[in-house]
Design a protein around this ligand. Sequence first.
Ligand code: NAD
Ligand code: TYD
Length: 334
Amino acid sequence: MKLLVTGGCGFIGSNFVRHYLEGHPDDTIVNLDLLTYCGNLENLRDLEGDERHRFVRGDIADRELIAELMRDIDLVVNFAAESHVDRSILDPSPFIHTNVLGTQVLLHAAKEAGVGKFVHVSTDEVYGDLGPEGYFTETTPLAPNSPYSASKAASDLLVRAYHRTFGLPAVITRCSNNYGPYQFPEKLIPLFITNAMADESLPIYGDGLNVRDWIYVIDHCRALEAVIDRGRPGEVYNIGADSERTNMEITKTILAELGKPESLMTFVKDRPGHDRRYAIDSSKIQSELGWQPAFPFAQAMKQTVAWYVENREWWQRVKSGAYRDYYEEQYGCR
Ligand code: NAD
Ligand code: TYD
């Protein structure tokens, strides 16, 4: 099988490409990524020279390029997105371009080319804010609260429409917050690990009691494999690992793991529109597709902290923007 993976040099996309090729030695992947501020070729350095992985730099909203790439593709997995809520508050425009227009361009090209399946990687944030009780199911109404989640909800509706109107065999996944290696250090967990390692303060928004439902990135990749193999077109699958934690709990876990003092915690002004709680009911994917999370939170968080400790050079280069030099070196004159 030949896959088109978009956003494959970002956090989840790069973990997916590596994980997928390990388990599917006969498949090939075309990895299309624009390499925006958070896309990083170094995330897949270990695949250099592997003929099963072809990297193409480009924009998912570029109609001609996408039509060309889609010609002999069996299956699309769409990770490419602007993904950070705080950036969407500073400037929503790129979120509309990539998440909404870009997804529509991909859907259209996939329909024209007759691809076998289109897996759209979405988020639980499209469901909005949960009160202290209950869980998001696949039938929870969409009620996004940030420009990021609104743009993802819009893309989900386009996927739905392309399935219903044009018969595109598309599936939507909605996963909870991921953590693991190669996450850009603007998101809570890698930001706090790397700040704590540098003895810098950890900026906790509001009272620190917002709740997220955490999943190790490889469990998300495993769920996507199940959806690729057995997911039914037109369906939505929630993905989560039943690991709700407050931001304070996450912060204290990181500090304890690194042996750093709690005095590094600093409470800062809350994020505008900040959703209080997310929690996923993943019983549908578990019963229908036979997927289950395999990485318990305590152990996978420990491994994640250890990865950032062992890969200081990676995040220091990312934080300094030095990886862009690597890209110029690799592709500047091609
Ligand atoms: P990320 O920001 O690390 O990676 C996004 C990638 O998309 C980057 O490599 C970037 O260069 C690329 N990209 C951005 N605009 C592009 C464009 N116009 N054309 C081509 N490539 C472009 O994000 P991530 O955390 O890996 O998230 C991947 C996907 O998973 C997103 O769709 C996100 O909404 C979804 N998701 C993320 C989480 C999470 O916790 N991180 C949870 C659920 C769902
Ligand atoms: P984030 O990693 O941005 O994911 P999302 O907002 O998409 O869930 O944030 C996770 C939680 O951590 C969220 O409640 C906001 C909070 N947060 C902080 O308290 N401080 C920070 O510096 C960041 C980046 C996030």
